[in-house]
Unconditional design. Structure first.
Length: 68
């Protein structure tokens, strides 16, 4: 195993996930505020599930996101 290549691959995956997730959240919140479903001062729980079938792992990460 090449540790450097492995580390780089993990970082690339996490960066791609982070950027994609942030864009999705930003668009979704903006749409919800425009539609009146959110006022823009709420907090909500976000949950991400990391699953790697080849390793037999599934981990849930939860955090509170605040709009103010």
């Amino acid at each position: 195993m090449n540790d450097d290549a492995f580390n780089l691959s993990i970082r690339k995956f996490l960066k791609q996930f982070g950027v994609s997730a942030q864009r999705l959240l930003e668009r979704s919140v903006e749409d919800a505020v425009k539609a009146g479903a959110l006022q823009g001062a709420e907090s909500f729980t976000a949950r991400a599930i990391l699953r790697v079938d080849a390793l037999g792992i599934e981990e849930t990460i939860e955090a509170e996101i605040s709009l103010v």
